[in-house]
Ligand binder design. Structure first.
Ligand code: SAH
Length: 458
C-alpha cells in the first residue's frame, strides 16, 4: 500500500483551497459537505465557487496565494492553473507538516483525494494512489451500481441499535456474529423497501433470539431476455435468494446470475398452463416461505403484465406471507426498443394497448371495433398462433390492409428475429421466416419507423 486510507474529520476545521476555477470548486464543495471551514484564495473565482461561498460561508481572498495563507490551515488543496503557485503551496504546506493535495500532481501531494460513492453515513473511497484517475472513476461507477440506494437508511438503523446490542451481547465475537446474521436476514431488504418499522421489529426479534427468521417471497420481473435489462434490485435479490421458482421465459443467461447455491425450480409451462399447475406453484411459494426461506419467484418480463403475478400475490396475501414486487421490462417495451419501433410517437401514435392473442377453444374474443382507431398502437402477447385471425379481424373491422405490422421473436436476445410487413401479408412473412415463440406482434403506423431506427442485430 502506498498510502494509508483514512477518513479525516474536518468539521469546523480551516481548510485552504488555492484556486477559484471549476476544479477548485469541486474540491471546495466536497470540503463543505464534510463540514470544513473554507478559505479560498484566488485572483478570480467561477460563479459556482461564489455561489458556494454565499451558501455555506467561508472566507474568500481575491488575490494570488501567499505563504501566510498557510497559517492556521489544517488541510491544503492547490488547484490553480499556475504550476509555480501549486509547487509553492505544496512546499509551504510540507514545511509546516500540513497535509496537502495538488490536483493532478501526485509528486506534490502528501495525500490523495479518493473517488467517492457517497451514501452518507456510508461512504466508499477508492484510490489508485494517483496512478489512474480514470480507472478509479470506473471502479466508482461499479460501486455506484452495486450499492443499494437505501444503504444510508440501513446504516442509520444499525447505528441506532448499536448501543443496545453492545449492552445485550457482551463479547465482541458474539456481536460480530449477530450483525452478520442481521445483514443476512430480511432486515436490509425491508429497509430498502421502505418498511423501516418492520425492519426494526425484525432486528429486535433477532436480538431476543426469538424463533427462526421469517421467510419471504420476492416476485421479480426478469425482463424480456437480455440480462443487461435486469433491474439492480432484481440482481440483488437473485443473489440473496435461497430458492428460485422460475418460468420457461427466463433465459439461461439470466439464470446464470442467480446465487450458485440457490435451489432452482422450473415451474412455468407456458401459456397453456393448466390452472392446477398455478395452484401447485402457489402452494410451493407458501411452503418454502413458511420454512423460512427467501423465495424468489422469477418471471419473464414484468410480473404484472400477463404474468399471473396478481394471482400469486392474492394467495400470499391471504396466507400472511411477506412479499415484495419488483417490476421488470415487459416484452412490449423490450422488443419494441430492440427492434427500433417507438410504441408511441407524436406523428404516428398517441396511445398503445397491450393485449393477449391467446386463443380459448380456438377463438379470440376481443372488442375488435374498439381496437381499430387512428394513431393507436396494438401489441399482442402470446399471439403467434392467432396472428392470422388477428390480422383478418382487424381488416374486417376497417383497419387498412397496408397498416404496418411486425412480429418480434425472442426479442432482446442474440436470437432476436423481426418479420415486418402489413396486416395483410404479415402472417405469411412470419411463417416463411420460421418465426418461433415467444413472439409479440406490434401493429400500427409506428412500425414503419423501424426502417430508420433499427440498431440491434441479434
Ligand atoms: N410477463 C411477461 C409476459 C408473459 S406472457 C412480460 O411482461 O413480458 C408470455 C408472452 O410474452 C409470450 O407469448 C410473448 O408474446 C411475450 N414475450 C415474452 N418474452 C418475449 C421475448 N423475449 N420476445 C418476444 N416476446 C416475448
Amino acid at each position: 500500500m502506498e498510502a494509508l486510507p483514512v477518513f479525516l474529520n474536518v468539521q469546523g476545521v480551516r481548510c485552504l483551497v488555492a484556486g477559484g476555477g471549476e476544479v477548485a470548486f469541486r474540491k471546495a464543495r466536497l470540503l463543505t459537505r464534510a463540514g470544513a471551514n473554507l478559505h479560498i484564495v484566488a485572483p478570480r473565482a467561477c460563479d459556482r465557487m461564489l455561489a458556494l461561498l454565499q451558501e455555506h460561508g467561508g472566507h474568500f481572498d481575491r488575490r494570488e496565494v501567499l505563504e501566510m495563507d498557510l497559517e492556521g490551515a489544517q488541510l491544503v488543496i492547490a488547484a490553480t492553473d499556475d504550476i509555480q503557485a501549486n509547487e509553492n503551496v505544496s512546499q509551504w504546506a510540507r514545511s509546516r507538516n500540513i497535509p496537502v493535495n495538488v490536483v493532478d500532481q501526485p509528486a506534490l501531494c502528501t495525500f490523495y483525494m479518493p473517488a467517492i460513492v457517497d451514501r452518507s453515513p456510508v461512504v466508499v473511497a477508492i484510490s489508485s494512489s494517483g496512478t489512474s484517475p480514470v480507472l478509479t472513476r470506473s471502479l466508482k461507477e461499479m460501486n455506484e451500481v452495486m450499492i443499494p440506494a437505501g444503504i444510508d437508511r440501513l446504516a442509520g438503523l444499525l447505528g441506532s441499535m448499536r448501543g443496545e446490542v453492545k449492552k445485550r451481547i457482551a463479547d465482541f465475537a458474539g456481536r460480530t456474529a449477530f450483525w452478520e446474521n442481521v445483514l443476512d436476514s430480511e432486515v436490509p431488504e425491508l429497509v430498502y423497501a421502505g418498511r423501516e418499522e418492520e425492519a426494526r421489529a425484525a432486528l429486535g426479534r433477532l436480538l431476543d433470539g426469538a424463533g427462526p427468521r421469517t421467510g419471504e417471497v420476492w416476485l421479480v420481473g426478469a425482463g424480456p431476455g437480455d440480462p443487461d435489462l435486469l433491474t439492480l434490485r432484481a440482481l440483488r435479490l437473485m443473489y440473496r435468494a435461497d430458492v428460485v421458482l422460475y418460468d420457461r421465459l427466463v433465459s439461461e443467461e439470466i439464470l446464470a446470475r442467480i446465487r450458485p447455491d440457490a435451489e432452482l425450480i422450473h415451474v412455468g409451462k407456458g401459456p397453456e398452463m393448466h390452472s392446477m399447475d398455478q395452484f401447485a406453484i402457489n402452494d410451493m411459494l407458501i411452503r418454502y416461505a413458511r420454512e423460512g426461506h427467501k423465495v424468489l419467484r422469477l418471471k419473464g418480463g414484468d410480473p404484472f403484465i400477463f404474468g399471473r403475478g396478481g394471482e400469486e400475490l392474492t394467495t400470499l396475501a391471504e396466507s400472511g406471507i411477506n412479499f415484495q414486487i419488483v417490476p421488470g421490462i415487459t416484452a412490449a417495451s423490450g422488443c419494441a426498443a430492440y427492434a427500433g419501433i417507438p410504441l408511441t410517437h407524436r406523428d404516428h401514435a398517441h396511445s398503445v394497448q397491450f393485449l393477449t392473442g391467446h386463443l380459448k377453444d380456438d377463438v379470440l374474443d376481443l372488442d375488435w371495433p374498439a381496437l381499430v382507431r387512428p394513431q393507436h398502437t396494438l401489441v399482442f402477447y402470446m399471439g403467434l398462433k392467432s396472428l392470422p385471425i388477428v390480422c383478418e379481424q382487424l381488416r374486417k373491422h376497417g383497419m387498412p390492409s397496408e397498416t404496418p405490422a411486425a412480429v418480434v421473436s425472442q426479442g432482446t436476445t442474440r436470437q432476436q428475429q423481426v418479420a415486418a410487413g402489413n396486416i395483410e401479408n404479415l402472417s405469411g412473412i412470419a411463417e416463411r421466416a420460421g418465426i418461433k415463440a415467444p413472439a409479440i406482434t406490434i401493429i400500427g403506423e409506428v412500425v414503419s419507423l423501424r426502417d430508420s431506427f433499427a440498431w440491434f442485430e441479434g
